[in-house]
Design a protein around this ligand. Structure first.
Ligand code: SF4
Length: 447
């Protein structure tokens, strides 16, 4: 049986590129931009911590968030105990702290993080990592730096440095490099973006209540991308995953407690995370970049000065993404025995066929071969990036959907199988007519 299909039932331990834990929902500040909303008297329980680290194979980067993480030293202490006891292979850990817990609670947190840093340095890192002059220490405590936080950053850095050991770095979050450059080629740091307007603020929590200028459309849910090797073994969960203090699993996004409790993949107390990801990716098949582009397009379309041609192009882009999502979501309902990868090939082929029809009508000037090649290259990688004809695409769809029927036949009794095939035929005719933008866009793309 295909490994991808096994996930749904049994759950497997996963390696993560970036796992974020919401240590607590308590906070002592009331920043006006806070996207979490009002604090809650809730800390992550030992049971949730055990559940999380009981199903983790490896973590490249662990982030601690809140609320204010340093208000819950017992959670951080317990987390460090579990990581060391279970010998979790953790590459590094970062906590963003509001820099105001300059008391016994803060000291306990720093001491727990000292233990974690020693463990990573001595037992996880190898000599090459340890001796690499480019490597920063395995644990970082970063002090929040924004126009909204009422804190004394330097005082906090000095305080925490008094207790931090040599494997723990204490720094100013504003100094983090963003990976962007300005028009003169200068590296942009976090503080440059934050002081340069507030487009990074989402319309969530207190930022929404206080009507703070923010990004118009939100990219809060999208596909969880998995890095796989040639044998389809998962190398790591590439998309950042966050586990909330109550065990809910969400994307690593600055969303409000309210939103995260309403829209999530599931809860670690009830289901393995791998099963949640498997199911989620059938509901949210668009990648982060696609959802971000979709949101950007919607913002662009609000510009009254947009030329008619530009508007048509942008609208077409979003229609394409709507269609892709539709084909995936409905395709899975119709062909539930195909793997995500198999259905992705069918969706790409179907999209290419549809675009050939569309451009034939509008006379866009591209040949069929060019259209197909463009879509296939965009949707699939590696071995699929070769030239196909329309007939090849139709044959691929037939070949792959036949696998679905073989698997259905093996699983169902004869009566159920006949019912299933009849229903599928009945649905096939009016499928595209049911395409509705409202249904597909969901909450995340709203203003
Ligand atoms: S932004 Fe951070 S420090 Fe400020 S209120 Fe929200 S959780 Fe607390």
């Amino acid at each position: 049986m295909n490994k991808e299909l096994d996930w749904e039932k049994v759950g497997i331990s996963l390696p993560y590129y970036n796992l974020m834990l919401e240590v607590t929902r308590k906070c002592n500040l009331t920043c006006s931009h806070c996207m979490r909303g009002d604090p809650q008297n809730l800390d992550m329980s030992d049971e949730i911590l055990e559940k999380i680290f009981g199903q983790v194979e490896q973590i490249y980067h662990l982030s601690l968030t809140g609320g204010e993480p340093f208000l819950a030293p017992h959670v951080i202490e317990k987390m460090v105990d579990i990581i060391i006891e279970k010998k979790i292979r953790l590459g590094r850990c970062t906590t963003v702290d509001n820099g105001t817990i300059l008391n016994d609670l803060g000291i306990r947190c720093v001491k727990a993080l000292n233990r974690l840093a020693d463990y990573i340095y001595n037992y996880v890192w190898n000599d090459e990592t340890r001796n690499d002059p480019e490597e920063s220490p395995p644990v970082s405590i970063s002090i929040s730096n924004s126009i909204f936080h009422k804190n004394d950053i330097q005082k906090a850095i000095d305080f925490y440095k008094t207790y931090a050991n040599r494997h723990v770095k204490v720094d100013d979050q504003g100094e983090w490099e963003t990976g962007l450059k300005d028009k003169h080629g200068n590296v942009l740091r976090n503080k440059d973006l934050k002081r340069n307007g507030t487009q990074w603020v989402k319309k969530e929590g207190r930022a929404k209540d206080n009507n703070i200028k923010n990004s118009k459309y939100m990219s809060g849910t999208y596909l969880v991308e998995l890095m796989m090797d040639d044998n389809k073994n998962t190398i790591c969960v590439d998309t950042g995953i966050q586990v909330c203090a109550n065990g809910n699993v969400v994307m690593e996004e600055p969303l409000s407690f309210e939103t995260m409790d309403k829209i999530n993949m599931g809860n670690v107390l009830e289901e393995p995370v791998s099963c949640m990801i498997y199911k989620w990716n059938w509901i949210e098949p668009l990648k982060y970049n696609e959802v971000a582009l979709y949101c950007h397009n919607m913002t662009m379309m609000e510009n009254p000065n947009l030329s008619e041609q530009k508007r048509i192009d942008i609208e077409s882009g979003n229609t394409y993404l709507d269609l892709k999502k539709y084909l995936f979501v409905e395709g899975h309902k119709d062909y539930p025995y195909l793997t995500h990868e198999e259905l992705a090939i069918c969706v790409a082929a179907e999209l290419a066929l549809m675009m050939c029809e569309k451009f034939q009508d509008t006379g866009h000037g591209m040949s069929e071969t060019e259209i197909i090649e463009k879509i296939i290259r965009m949707e699939l990688t590696g071995e699929y990036a070769t030239k196909f004809t329309k007939a090849d695409l139709k044959r691929s769809i037939d070949k792959i959907t036949a696998r679905n029927f073989e698997r259905a036949w093996q699983k169902m009794n004869i009566i159920d199988y006949i019912k299933y095939v009849s229903k599928l035929r009945a649905n096939a005719e009016n499928q595209i007519d049911t395409l509705s933008g409202d249904k597909l866009r969901g909450y995340v793309y709203e203003k």
